[in-house]
Ligand binder design. Structure first.
Ligand code: AMP
Length: 399
């Protein structure tokens, strides 16, 4: 079975073709993408042309489905057919104001795929899907009921990434039962069974261009650092992260900013970029900090502080921890940052091994010391595999 995973940005189209063999194995047959895309229809043609030239997909009959890592939809989440279910595009449109960088490209891109590839199943896996079972108290803001009714609540994002961590960390800890539960999580009608006698407690730190920390009990998310939008939680590359709501009217009144300009600055000139004044890529911020740039060092410190804040919240909620996991570009490749995040946690049972930590970049492994009660792992992100698997499952369930 060949599944194309389509990653649609506001001006980019990236793809990965994943083949599943009958025995549950998966291999990446091809990956590629285009920047400065103005016409998704053309990009789809180019992608199919590339796959055809490489001999992977001769006709559309060789393409068994296309999966999309959609962000959030109004009154809709989970894993759904986007070719036959019109609610998907409507739900993306309904929340385009909350995720302006993500929802419009997906709505437009899915519509073009429907036109270009009639008969090929399309599947949307919402990033919010992993948070369907978060206790309600952890999803609510203290806003008037009318705001809540309009959709103002905590949703959570990076669901595919944290789901992969939930499954893989369970495997690494020898809990095949929990790994299987995670694999079955989005099965129609599945309700996660309550915590067993030996709960498995994981905190997953997806640290990258966009970052979030999620608490996971027995494979099911109990809460996460991102709320209404991907603007929240930790400082992001150039997006603000958590901010007191009073800040927006304050800068509008005192700095004379329009709402549109305040929004632009919060989404384009904040985060690591705003704090450091150097750039939005952690490598640049780190290099500047190493050369003595105090603002760059402060940006790193704020990032670490925020990651620890959320780890602390879930450590308490989970009543302990079996594993802390680092994933995504920053989490996988920055031993100094991992060490700073794990510093002084020995009384809570977390001790990093400096040598193992320093040696591990971009690959899977354990970096906790022998005397650490909880394990500390690095697990490279594999969101595309999760999207492809769920796409295959969704198609199989409906055929
Ligand atoms: P992601 O969004 O997961 O692609 O992560 C992007 C972030 O990861 C950027 O801030 C990069 O600086 C950081 N990153 C990616 N690769 C490396 C690397 N080899 N060394 C240090 N940081 C990296």
């Amino acid at each position: 079975m060949n599944i194309l995973v389509a990653n649609l940005g506001s001006t980019s189209f990236k793809f990965r073709l994943i083949r599943f063999d009958g025995a549950g194995g998966a291999s990446v047959l091809a990956k590629g993408g285009y920047e400065r895309v103005t016409d998704y229809g053309r990009a789809i043609d180019d992608c199919l042309g590339e796959l055809q030239a490489a001999g992977h997909v001769t006709t559309t009959a060789d393409l068994h489905g296309v999966g999309f890592k959609t962000v959030l939809g109004k009154n809709l989440t989970g894993c759904l057919r986007a070719d036959t279910d019109d609610r998907v595009i409507a739900a993306l449109d309904g929340f385009k104001e909350i995720a302006p960088a993500h929802n419009p490209p997906y709505a437009l891109g899915i519509a073009r795929f429907r036109e270009k590839l009639p008969g090929v199943p399309l599947v949307a896996l919402f990033e919010t899907a992993f948070y369907q079972w978060v206790p309600e108290a952890a999803t609510r803001y203290a806003v008037p009921q009318s705001w809540y009714d309009a959709g103002v609540r905590r949703y959570g994002f990076h669901g595919a990434s944290h789901k992969f961590v939930a499954e893989r960390s369970a495997e690494l800890l020898g809990r095949a039962d929990i790994a299987e539960r995670v694999r079955q999580l989005y099965r129609a009608g599945a309700t996660p069974v309550p915590a067993g006698a030996a709960p498995l407690r994981i905190i997953s730190c997806h640290l990258g261009g966009s970052s979030s920390v999620t608490g996971i009990r027995d494979g099911v998310a109990i809460g996460t650092s991102m709320g209404l939008s991907p603007q929240s939680g930790l400082p992001q590359n150039n997006r603000v992260g958590d901010l007191d709501s009073a800040a927006v009217p304050f800068v509008m009144k005192t700095l004379g900013l329009s709402l549109a300009e305040a929004e632009r600055q919060m989404t384009k000139e904040s985060g690591l970029l705003g704090l450091s004044g150097v750039g939005n890529d952690l490598r640049d911020v780190r290099a500047a900090a190493q050369q003595g740039n105090a603002r760059a060092q402060l940006a790193l410190d704020v990032f670490v502080q925020s990651a620890r804040h959320w780890i602390g919240a879930f450590l308490l909620e989970l009543n302990g921890l079996d594993a802390l996991v680092f994933t995504a570009g920053i989490g996988e490749n920055n031993p100094d940052l991992r060490a700073a995040i794990c510093a002084r946690l020995d009384q809570l049972g977390l001790v990093i091994d400096p040598a193992k930590n320093a040696a591990l970049r971009g690959t899977e492994g354990e970096i906790s010391a022998a005397n650490s009660r909880a394990k500390i792992f690095v697990i490279p992100a594999n969101e595309e595999l999760v999207v492809a698997r769920e796409t295959a499952r969704c198609i199989a369930a409906q055929s």
